[in-house]
Design a protein around this ligand. Structure first.
Ligand code: BGP
Length: 503
Protein backbone atom coordinates (compact mmCIF):
# COMPACT_ATOMS: atom_id res chain seq x y z
CA UNK A 1 0.00 0.00 0.00
CA UNK A 2 1.10 3.52 -0.74
CA UNK A 3 -0.19 6.38 1.38
CA UNK A 4 -0.28 10.00 0.33
CA UNK A 5 0.25 11.23 3.87
CA UNK A 6 2.66 10.53 6.68
CA UNK A 7 1.58 7.78 9.03
CA UNK A 8 -0.53 8.92 11.98
CA UNK A 9 -0.03 7.50 15.46
CA UNK A 10 -2.77 7.30 18.08
CA UNK A 11 -2.74 10.22 20.56
CA UNK A 12 -2.09 7.94 23.52
CA UNK A 13 0.64 5.95 21.76
CA UNK A 14 3.20 4.68 24.27
CA UNK A 15 6.51 6.05 23.02
CA UNK A 16 9.07 4.59 25.38
CA UNK A 17 12.06 2.39 25.96
CA UNK A 18 12.82 -0.97 27.39
CA UNK A 19 15.23 -2.81 29.69
CA UNK A 20 15.69 -6.00 31.71
CA UNK A 21 16.59 -6.12 35.40
CA UNK A 22 19.70 -8.27 35.08
CA UNK A 23 21.13 -6.11 32.29
CA UNK A 24 20.56 -2.67 33.78
CA UNK A 25 20.27 -2.83 37.57
CA UNK A 26 23.57 -4.12 38.96
CA UNK A 27 23.52 -4.36 42.76
CA UNK A 28 23.12 -8.10 42.37
CA UNK A 29 23.62 -8.72 46.08
CA UNK A 30 22.23 -5.42 47.36
CA UNK A 31 19.01 -4.98 49.30
CA UNK A 32 18.63 -8.67 50.07
CA UNK A 33 18.78 -9.90 46.45
CA UNK A 34 20.36 -13.29 45.80
CA UNK A 35 21.99 -14.46 42.58
CA UNK A 36 20.20 -15.66 39.49
CA UNK A 37 21.53 -18.20 37.01
CA UNK A 38 22.01 -15.54 34.34
CA UNK A 39 24.28 -13.61 36.76
CA UNK A 40 26.46 -16.70 36.90
CA UNK A 41 26.18 -17.17 33.15
CA UNK A 42 27.26 -13.56 32.56
CA UNK A 43 30.43 -14.26 34.56
CA UNK A 44 31.53 -16.75 31.92
CA UNK A 45 31.37 -14.21 29.10
CA UNK A 46 34.84 -12.59 29.47
CA UNK A 47 36.31 -10.40 28.00
CA UNK A 48 32.94 -8.76 28.53
CA UNK A 49 31.92 -7.50 31.97
CA UNK A 50 29.57 -9.52 34.10
CA UNK A 51 26.41 -7.88 35.40
CA UNK A 52 27.43 -7.28 39.03
CA UNK A 53 27.45 -3.51 38.51
CA UNK A 54 25.79 -3.18 35.08
CA UNK A 55 24.96 0.55 34.84
CA UNK A 56 23.87 0.74 38.47
CA UNK A 57 20.26 1.59 37.68
CA UNK A 58 19.49 0.07 41.09
CA UNK A 59 21.05 3.12 42.75
CA UNK A 60 20.62 5.67 39.94
CA UNK A 61 17.07 5.00 38.77
CA UNK A 62 15.88 8.49 39.80
CA UNK A 63 18.44 10.10 37.50
CA UNK A 64 17.45 7.71 34.71
CA UNK A 65 13.74 8.43 35.13
CA UNK A 66 14.45 12.18 35.15
CA UNK A 67 16.21 11.80 31.79
CA UNK A 68 13.29 9.75 30.46
CA UNK A 69 10.86 12.44 31.54
CA UNK A 70 12.98 15.18 29.96
CA UNK A 71 12.97 13.15 26.73
CA UNK A 72 9.17 13.14 26.88
CA UNK A 73 8.85 9.38 27.17
CA UNK A 74 5.37 8.00 27.79
CA UNK A 75 6.27 4.46 28.88
CA UNK A 76 9.08 2.38 30.31
CA UNK A 77 9.18 -1.38 29.98
CA UNK A 78 11.37 -3.07 32.58
CA UNK A 79 11.53 -6.43 34.33
CA UNK A 80 11.37 -7.48 37.94
CA UNK A 81 14.16 -9.62 39.31
CA UNK A 82 12.55 -12.67 40.91
CA UNK A 83 15.47 -13.12 43.34
CA UNK A 84 15.05 -9.52 44.57
CA UNK A 85 11.45 -10.28 45.50
CA UNK A 86 11.84 -13.85 46.78
CA UNK A 87 15.52 -14.45 47.53
CA UNK A 88 15.27 -17.97 48.98
CA UNK A 89 13.26 -21.17 48.94
CA UNK A 90 11.52 -20.29 52.21
CA UNK A 91 9.34 -18.04 50.06
CA UNK A 92 9.68 -15.04 52.38
CA UNK A 93 9.07 -11.79 50.52
CA UNK A 94 12.03 -9.42 50.59
CA UNK A 95 10.48 -6.09 51.56
CA UNK A 96 13.60 -4.18 50.47
CA UNK A 97 13.21 -5.60 46.99
CA UNK A 98 9.51 -4.69 46.91
CA UNK A 99 10.42 -1.18 48.10
CA UNK A 100 12.90 -0.75 45.24
CA UNK A 101 10.27 -1.51 42.59
CA UNK A 102 7.67 0.55 44.45
CA UNK A 103 10.03 3.53 44.35
CA UNK A 104 10.79 3.00 40.66
CA UNK A 105 7.11 2.67 39.76
CA UNK A 106 6.16 5.72 41.85
CA UNK A 107 8.90 7.76 40.21
CA UNK A 108 7.66 6.75 36.75
CA UNK A 109 4.02 7.45 37.53
CA UNK A 110 4.91 10.83 39.07
CA UNK A 111 6.59 11.70 35.78
CA UNK A 112 3.65 10.60 33.64
CA UNK A 113 5.46 7.48 32.39
CA UNK A 114 3.38 4.29 32.08
CA UNK A 115 5.15 1.24 33.54
CA UNK A 116 5.07 -1.96 31.46
CA UNK A 117 6.43 -4.79 33.57
CA UNK A 118 7.93 -8.15 32.59
CA UNK A 119 7.69 -10.87 35.22
CA UNK A 120 10.49 -13.00 33.86
CA UNK A 121 13.35 -11.84 31.67
CA UNK A 122 15.95 -14.65 31.74
CA UNK A 123 16.78 -14.31 35.45
CA UNK A 124 15.98 -17.54 37.25
CA UNK A 125 16.94 -17.39 40.96
CA UNK A 126 19.76 -19.81 41.72
CA UNK A 127 17.61 -21.32 44.50
CA UNK A 128 14.89 -22.21 41.99
CA UNK A 129 17.45 -23.86 39.76
CA UNK A 130 19.36 -25.71 42.46
CA UNK A 131 16.61 -26.64 44.87
CA UNK A 132 13.73 -27.23 42.47
CA UNK A 133 15.43 -28.08 39.18
CA UNK A 134 14.55 -24.81 37.42
CA UNK A 135 12.36 -25.21 34.34
CA UNK A 136 13.15 -28.91 34.37
CA UNK A 137 10.44 -29.83 36.86
CA UNK A 138 6.80 -28.89 37.30
CA UNK A 139 7.59 -27.73 40.84
CA UNK A 140 8.45 -24.35 39.33
CA UNK A 141 4.83 -23.71 38.31
CA UNK A 142 3.64 -23.11 41.88
CA UNK A 143 6.74 -21.08 42.75
CA UNK A 144 6.32 -18.92 39.66
CA UNK A 145 2.69 -18.42 40.64
CA UNK A 146 3.69 -17.34 44.17
CA UNK A 147 6.22 -14.88 42.80
CA UNK A 148 3.79 -13.53 40.18
CA UNK A 149 1.11 -13.14 42.85
CA UNK A 150 3.42 -10.97 44.97
CA UNK A 151 4.25 -8.73 41.99
CA UNK A 152 0.65 -8.43 40.84
CA UNK A 153 -0.69 -7.75 44.33
CA UNK A 154 2.00 -5.30 45.36
CA UNK A 155 2.35 -3.35 42.11
CA UNK A 156 -0.94 -3.97 40.30
CA UNK A 157 -2.55 -0.80 41.69
CA UNK A 158 -0.20 1.23 39.47
CA UNK A 159 0.97 -1.27 36.83
CA UNK A 160 -1.75 -2.23 34.35
CA UNK A 161 0.38 -3.68 31.55
CA UNK A 162 2.07 -6.96 32.41
CA UNK A 163 4.28 -9.25 30.36
CA UNK A 164 4.71 -12.91 31.31
CA UNK A 165 7.92 -14.48 30.00
CA UNK A 166 10.42 -12.72 27.78
CA UNK A 167 11.25 -14.53 24.55
CA UNK A 168 10.25 -18.03 25.60
CA UNK A 169 10.86 -19.09 22.00
CA UNK A 170 14.43 -17.75 22.06
CA UNK A 171 15.07 -19.44 25.41
CA UNK A 172 14.27 -22.73 23.70
CA UNK A 173 15.81 -22.04 20.29
CA UNK A 174 19.01 -20.61 21.85
CA UNK A 175 18.88 -22.88 24.92
CA UNK A 176 22.65 -23.26 25.13
CA UNK A 177 23.38 -19.56 24.66
CA UNK A 178 20.80 -18.39 27.22
CA UNK A 179 21.49 -21.17 29.70
CA UNK A 180 18.02 -22.78 29.50
CA UNK A 181 19.56 -26.13 28.58
CA UNK A 182 21.55 -26.28 31.84
CA UNK A 183 21.14 -29.69 33.47
CA UNK A 184 19.57 -31.36 30.41
CA UNK A 185 21.36 -34.24 28.72
CA UNK A 186 19.08 -34.61 25.71
CA UNK A 187 18.26 -31.03 24.74
CA UNK A 188 16.73 -32.13 21.43
CA UNK A 189 13.89 -33.76 23.38
CA UNK A 190 14.10 -32.02 26.76
CA UNK A 191 13.51 -28.59 25.22
CA UNK A 192 9.86 -29.50 24.58
CA UNK A 193 9.25 -30.55 28.20
CA UNK A 194 10.82 -27.31 29.38
CA UNK A 195 8.78 -25.37 26.88
CA UNK A 196 5.60 -27.01 28.13
CA UNK A 197 6.42 -26.11 31.74
CA UNK A 198 7.05 -22.53 30.63
CA UNK A 199 3.64 -22.54 28.95
CA UNK A 200 2.04 -23.59 32.23
CA UNK A 201 3.85 -20.78 34.07
CA UNK A 202 2.79 -18.29 31.42
CA UNK A 203 -0.85 -19.44 31.59
CA UNK A 204 -0.87 -19.26 35.39
CA UNK A 205 0.47 -15.71 35.33
CA UNK A 206 -2.13 -14.65 32.76
CA UNK A 207 -4.98 -15.94 34.91
CA UNK A 208 -3.54 -14.43 38.08
CA UNK A 209 -3.20 -11.04 36.43
CA UNK A 210 -6.86 -11.10 35.41
CA UNK A 211 -7.88 -12.20 38.87
CA UNK A 212 -5.74 -9.81 40.90
CA UNK A 213 -5.21 -6.62 38.91
CA UNK A 214 -8.16 -4.37 38.41
CA UNK A 215 -8.07 -3.45 34.72
CA UNK A 216 -4.86 -5.45 34.28
CA UNK A 217 -3.80 -6.63 30.85
CA UNK A 218 -1.16 -9.22 30.14
CA UNK A 219 0.62 -10.72 27.15
CA UNK A 220 3.61 -12.85 26.22
CA UNK A 221 6.80 -11.41 24.68
CA UNK A 222 7.89 -13.51 21.72
CA UNK A 223 11.20 -12.69 20.08
CA UNK A 224 10.14 -12.28 16.46
CA UNK A 225 12.48 -12.48 13.50
CA UNK A 226 10.36 -12.49 10.33
CA UNK A 227 11.52 -15.09 7.82
CA UNK A 228 11.70 -14.30 4.13
CA UNK A 229 12.07 -17.02 1.47
CA UNK A 230 15.42 -16.68 -0.32
CA UNK A 231 13.83 -17.03 -3.76
CA UNK A 232 10.58 -17.84 -5.53
CA UNK A 233 11.60 -21.50 -5.64
CA UNK A 234 8.55 -23.17 -4.02
CA UNK A 235 10.86 -25.16 -1.75
CA UNK A 236 12.35 -21.93 -0.38
CA UNK A 237 8.82 -20.88 0.56
CA UNK A 238 8.30 -24.16 2.42
CA UNK A 239 11.70 -23.68 4.05
CA UNK A 240 10.65 -20.20 5.22
CA UNK A 241 7.45 -21.64 6.67
CA UNK A 242 9.42 -24.37 8.44
CA UNK A 243 11.85 -21.85 9.91
CA UNK A 244 8.95 -19.68 11.02
CA UNK A 245 7.26 -22.65 12.75
CA UNK A 246 10.38 -23.83 14.54
CA UNK A 247 11.51 -20.43 15.73
CA UNK A 248 8.28 -18.56 16.54
CA UNK A 249 4.91 -19.72 15.20
CA UNK A 250 4.66 -22.80 17.43
CA UNK A 251 4.85 -20.46 20.44
CA UNK A 252 2.46 -17.80 19.18
CA UNK A 253 -0.18 -20.36 18.21
CA UNK A 254 -0.01 -21.94 21.64
CA UNK A 255 -0.40 -18.62 23.45
CA UNK A 256 -3.47 -17.75 21.43
CA UNK A 257 -5.22 -21.09 21.03
CA UNK A 258 -4.10 -22.73 24.30
CA UNK A 259 -3.25 -25.97 22.53
CA UNK A 260 -0.40 -27.31 20.45
CA UNK A 261 -0.70 -27.18 16.67
CA UNK A 262 -0.91 -30.20 14.41
CA UNK A 263 2.45 -29.17 12.95
CA UNK A 264 4.30 -29.56 16.24
CA UNK A 265 2.36 -32.62 17.33
CA UNK A 266 3.32 -34.40 14.12
CA UNK A 267 6.96 -33.36 14.64
CA UNK A 268 6.92 -34.79 18.19
CA UNK A 269 5.43 -38.03 16.99
CA UNK A 270 7.99 -38.53 14.22
CA UNK A 271 10.85 -37.78 16.59
CA UNK A 272 9.63 -39.76 19.55
CA UNK A 273 9.31 -36.66 21.73
CA UNK A 274 7.13 -36.61 24.82
CA UNK A 275 6.54 -33.01 25.93
CA UNK A 276 5.07 -34.17 29.25
CA UNK A 277 1.50 -32.94 28.82
CA UNK A 278 -0.67 -34.05 31.73
CA UNK A 279 -4.46 -34.08 32.09
CA UNK A 280 -5.74 -30.61 32.78
CA UNK A 281 -2.74 -28.84 31.24
CA UNK A 282 -4.49 -27.89 28.04
CA UNK A 283 -7.53 -26.71 30.01
CA UNK A 284 -5.26 -24.37 31.96
CA UNK A 285 -3.58 -23.17 28.78
CA UNK A 286 -6.93 -22.62 27.07
CA UNK A 287 -8.32 -20.67 30.01
CA UNK A 288 -5.46 -18.15 29.86
CA UNK A 289 -6.63 -15.56 27.34
CA UNK A 290 -3.91 -13.08 26.50
CA UNK A 291 -4.86 -9.44 25.98
CA UNK A 292 -2.11 -8.45 23.58
CA UNK A 293 1.22 -9.49 22.13
CA UNK A 294 4.37 -7.71 23.25
CA UNK A 295 6.63 -7.76 20.22
CA UNK A 296 10.42 -7.90 20.27
CA UNK A 297 11.65 -7.45 16.71
CA UNK A 298 15.08 -6.25 15.64
CA UNK A 299 15.71 -7.84 12.26
CA UNK A 300 14.72 -10.46 9.69
CA UNK A 301 16.09 -13.81 8.55
CA UNK A 302 16.12 -15.42 5.12
CA UNK A 303 15.51 -19.12 4.56
CA UNK A 304 16.44 -21.54 1.83
CA UNK A 305 15.57 -25.18 1.39
CA UNK A 306 18.10 -27.60 2.98
CA UNK A 307 18.14 -31.06 1.36
CA UNK A 308 17.88 -34.10 3.62
CA UNK A 309 21.55 -34.96 3.05
CA UNK A 310 22.81 -31.44 3.90
CA UNK A 311 25.33 -31.26 6.76
CA UNK A 312 23.59 -30.03 9.91
CA UNK A 313 24.87 -26.86 11.53
CA UNK A 314 23.85 -25.24 14.81
CA UNK A 315 23.34 -21.49 14.97
CA UNK A 316 26.57 -19.82 16.05
CA UNK A 317 26.16 -16.16 16.84
CA UNK A 318 28.78 -13.58 16.08
CA UNK A 319 29.39 -12.83 19.74
CA UNK A 320 32.16 -10.22 19.49
CA UNK A 321 30.96 -7.96 16.71
CA UNK A 322 34.10 -8.47 14.67
CA UNK A 323 35.75 -10.91 12.29
CA UNK A 324 36.97 -13.11 15.17
CA UNK A 325 33.57 -14.67 15.69
CA UNK A 326 31.83 -14.80 12.35
CA UNK A 327 28.25 -16.00 12.53
CA UNK A 328 27.30 -19.47 11.31
CA UNK A 329 23.74 -19.83 10.09
CA UNK A 330 21.84 -22.96 11.11
CA UNK A 331 21.26 -25.78 8.67
CA UNK A 332 18.39 -28.14 9.52
CA UNK A 333 18.44 -30.90 6.88
CA UNK A 334 15.05 -31.56 5.33
CA UNK A 335 13.59 -28.36 6.85
CA UNK A 336 15.52 -25.14 6.19
CA UNK A 337 18.79 -23.27 6.33
CA UNK A 338 19.22 -19.58 7.03
CA UNK A 339 21.35 -17.51 4.66
CA UNK A 340 22.54 -13.92 4.17
CA UNK A 341 20.02 -11.62 2.53
CA UNK A 342 21.60 -9.75 -0.40
CA UNK A 343 19.03 -6.95 -0.10
CA UNK A 344 19.93 -5.72 3.37
CA UNK A 345 23.04 -4.56 5.18
CA UNK A 346 24.35 -6.09 8.38
CA UNK A 347 25.62 -4.72 11.69
CA UNK A 348 29.05 -5.67 13.03
CA UNK A 349 27.25 -8.51 14.86
CA UNK A 350 25.74 -9.75 11.57
CA UNK A 351 22.23 -8.63 12.47
CA UNK A 352 20.14 -7.64 9.45
CA UNK A 353 19.52 -3.90 9.24
CA UNK A 354 15.96 -4.15 8.02
CA UNK A 355 13.38 -1.66 9.33
CA UNK A 356 10.78 -3.05 6.90
CA UNK A 357 10.84 -6.31 8.86
CA UNK A 358 8.94 -4.47 11.60
CA UNK A 359 6.02 -3.68 9.29
CA UNK A 360 6.09 -7.24 7.99
CA UNK A 361 6.11 -8.59 11.55
CA UNK A 362 3.19 -6.44 12.70
CA UNK A 363 1.15 -7.27 9.61
CA UNK A 364 1.90 -10.98 10.03
CA UNK A 365 0.92 -11.01 13.71
CA UNK A 366 -2.23 -8.98 13.13
CA UNK A 367 -3.35 -11.15 10.21
CA UNK A 368 -2.80 -14.35 12.21
CA UNK A 369 -4.05 -13.40 15.65
CA UNK A 370 -6.01 -10.11 15.56
CA UNK A 371 -4.64 -9.04 18.94
CA UNK A 372 -3.35 -5.58 19.85
CA UNK A 373 0.43 -5.27 19.92
CA UNK A 374 2.99 -3.19 21.76
CA UNK A 375 6.59 -3.18 20.62
CA UNK A 376 8.78 -3.95 23.61
CA UNK A 377 12.18 -4.27 21.95
CA UNK A 378 13.82 -2.96 18.80
CA UNK A 379 17.12 -1.19 18.35
CA UNK A 380 20.62 -1.16 16.98
CA UNK A 381 23.63 -2.51 18.86
CA UNK A 382 27.01 -1.03 17.86
CA UNK A 383 30.51 -0.40 19.18
CA UNK A 384 30.63 3.22 20.39
CA UNK A 385 32.99 5.50 22.27
CA UNK A 386 32.90 9.22 23.03
CA UNK A 387 34.13 11.55 20.29
CA UNK A 388 36.64 14.39 20.79
CA UNK A 389 33.74 16.69 21.72
CA UNK A 390 32.65 14.30 24.48
CA UNK A 391 29.50 13.30 22.59
CA UNK A 392 28.04 10.48 20.51
CA UNK A 393 26.75 11.49 17.10
CA UNK A 394 24.81 8.34 16.31
CA UNK A 395 23.22 9.17 12.95
CA UNK A 396 23.27 5.44 12.08
CA UNK A 397 20.98 4.75 15.07
CA UNK A 398 18.72 7.69 14.25
CA UNK A 399 18.39 6.40 10.70
CA UNK A 400 17.57 2.89 11.90
CA UNK A 401 15.10 3.97 14.58
CA UNK A 402 13.24 6.47 12.46
CA UNK A 403 12.97 4.14 9.52
CA UNK A 404 11.61 1.54 11.93
CA UNK A 405 9.21 3.97 13.61
CA UNK A 406 8.01 5.01 10.16
CA UNK A 407 7.35 1.37 9.29
CA UNK A 408 5.35 1.00 12.51
CA UNK A 409 3.30 3.99 11.39
CA UNK A 410 2.74 2.36 8.01
CA UNK A 411 1.62 -0.87 9.71
CA UNK A 412 -0.87 1.17 11.73
CA UNK A 413 -2.13 2.74 8.49
CA UNK A 414 -2.36 -0.82 7.11
CA UNK A 415 -4.88 -1.57 9.86
CA UNK A 416 -2.74 -3.15 12.60
CA UNK A 417 -3.55 -2.24 16.19
CA UNK A 418 -0.29 -1.14 17.79
CA UNK A 419 -0.31 0.84 21.02
CA UNK A 420 3.34 1.54 21.71
CA UNK A 421 6.97 1.52 20.66
CA UNK A 422 9.44 0.78 23.44
CA UNK A 423 12.84 0.74 21.88
CA UNK A 424 15.88 -1.03 23.24
CA UNK A 425 17.32 0.77 25.04
CA UNK A 426 17.14 4.00 27.03
CA UNK A 427 20.63 4.03 28.52
CA UNK A 428 23.43 1.79 27.40
CA UNK A 429 23.64 -1.33 29.53
CA UNK A 430 24.87 -4.88 29.21
CA UNK A 431 23.98 -6.79 26.11
CA UNK A 432 22.90 -10.39 26.62
CA UNK A 433 26.27 -11.82 25.75
CA UNK A 434 28.55 -8.90 25.05
CA UNK A 435 28.83 -6.79 28.18
CA UNK A 436 28.62 -3.10 27.41
CA UNK A 437 30.66 -3.50 24.22
CA UNK A 438 27.42 -3.77 22.26
CA UNK A 439 25.57 -0.53 22.94
CA UNK A 440 21.94 0.17 22.13
CA UNK A 441 21.21 3.24 24.28
CA UNK A 442 19.83 6.67 23.50
CA UNK A 443 21.96 7.70 26.49
CA UNK A 444 25.63 6.81 26.63
CA UNK A 445 26.97 5.44 29.91
CA UNK A 446 30.62 6.34 30.22
CA UNK A 447 32.19 3.04 31.23
CA UNK A 448 33.87 0.12 29.49
CA UNK A 449 33.79 -3.62 30.13
CA UNK A 450 37.37 -3.36 31.37
CA UNK A 451 36.46 -0.69 33.95
CA UNK A 452 33.39 -2.63 35.05
CA UNK A 453 35.47 -5.74 35.57
CA UNK A 454 38.18 -3.88 37.50
CA UNK A 455 35.84 -2.02 39.88
CA UNK A 456 34.98 -3.56 43.24
CA UNK A 457 31.61 -1.85 43.31
CA UNK A 458 29.60 0.86 41.60
CA UNK A 459 30.79 3.59 43.96
CA UNK A 460 34.22 3.43 42.28
CA UNK A 461 32.76 4.45 38.91
CA UNK A 462 31.28 7.70 37.64
CA UNK A 463 28.96 5.94 35.15
CA UNK A 464 28.08 9.35 33.74
CA UNK A 465 24.96 9.47 31.57
CA UNK A 466 25.45 11.44 28.31
CA UNK A 467 22.47 11.76 25.96
CA UNK A 468 23.37 10.84 22.38
CA UNK A 469 22.04 12.65 19.31
CA UNK A 470 19.38 9.92 19.04
CA UNK A 471 18.01 10.95 22.45
CA UNK A 472 17.18 14.46 21.13
CA UNK A 473 15.84 13.08 17.87
CA UNK A 474 13.52 10.68 19.75
CA UNK A 475 12.39 13.48 22.03
CA UNK A 476 11.32 15.54 19.00
CA UNK A 477 9.51 12.59 17.48
CA UNK A 478 7.60 11.95 20.71
CA UNK A 479 6.72 15.60 21.28
CA UNK A 480 5.45 15.92 17.71
CA UNK A 481 3.31 12.74 18.22
CA UNK A 482 5.20 10.95 15.51
CA UNK A 483 5.31 13.74 12.94
CA UNK A 484 8.76 15.31 13.26
CA UNK A 485 11.04 12.83 11.52
CA UNK A 486 14.00 15.23 11.39
CA UNK A 487 15.08 17.55 8.62
CA UNK A 488 17.47 15.13 7.01
CA UNK A 489 14.94 12.31 6.90
CA UNK A 490 15.91 9.98 4.09
CA UNK A 491 13.58 7.87 2.00
CA UNK A 492 12.70 4.78 4.07
CA UNK A 493 13.61 1.49 2.49
CA UNK A 494 9.99 0.61 1.72
CA UNK A 495 9.95 3.65 -0.59
CA UNK A 496 6.77 5.18 0.78
CA UNK A 497 7.94 8.58 1.93
CA UNK A 498 5.78 11.47 0.79
CA UNK A 499 6.43 15.19 0.57
CA UNK A 500 4.92 15.98 3.96
CA UNK A 501 7.52 13.85 5.74
CA UNK A 502 9.71 16.94 6.14
CA UNK A 503 8.25 18.83 9.06
C1 BGP B 1 16.55 -9.69 23.21
C2 BGP B 1 16.56 -9.81 24.71
C3 BGP B 1 17.24 -8.69 25.41
C4 BGP B 1 18.40 -8.05 24.68
C5 BGP B 1 18.20 -7.96 23.20
C6 BGP B 1 19.43 -7.58 22.40
O1 BGP B 1 16.46 -10.93 22.64
O2 BGP B 1 15.24 -9.88 25.18
O3 BGP B 1 17.51 -9.09 26.72
O4 BGP B 1 19.61 -8.47 25.12
O5 BGP B 1 17.72 -9.17 22.65
O6 BGP B 1 20.29 -8.69 22.25
P1 BGP B 1 21.82 -8.61 22.52
O7 BGP B 1 21.98 -7.99 23.86
O8 BGP B 1 22.34 -9.99 22.49
O9 BGP B 1 22.37 -7.79 21.43
Amino acid sequence: MHYDHNPRFPDNFLWGASSAAWQVEGGVLDGGRTLSTIDLNSRTKAPFADNSIAVDHYHRFREDVRLMAECGMKSYRFSISWSRIIPASDGVVNEEGVAFYNDLIDELVANGITPIVTLYHYDMPVWVDEELGGWRTRAIVDKFAEYSRVCLERFGDRVKYWLSINEQNMQIVYGHWLGTSKGCDDWFRDQWRINHIMNLCHATAVNLCHELVDGGKIGPVPGLVPIYPFSSDPMDQIAAMNAEEFTEKIWNDTYVYGEYSDFVKSYWERNDIDPGIEPGDEDLMKSAKIDFFAVNCYRSNTAKWAPVDATPQEYELNSHGDESTKLKFPVVPGAYQLVYNPFVEYTAWDWEIDPVSMRYCLRYMWDHYRLPMVITENGMGVHESLGADGKIHDDYRIEFLRNTAYQIGLAIEDGCEVFGYNLWSFTDFLSTGNGIAKRYGLVYVDVTDEQLRAAKDASELALTRIPKDSYYWYSNLIRSKGQDWGNDFARPSAGELVETAHV
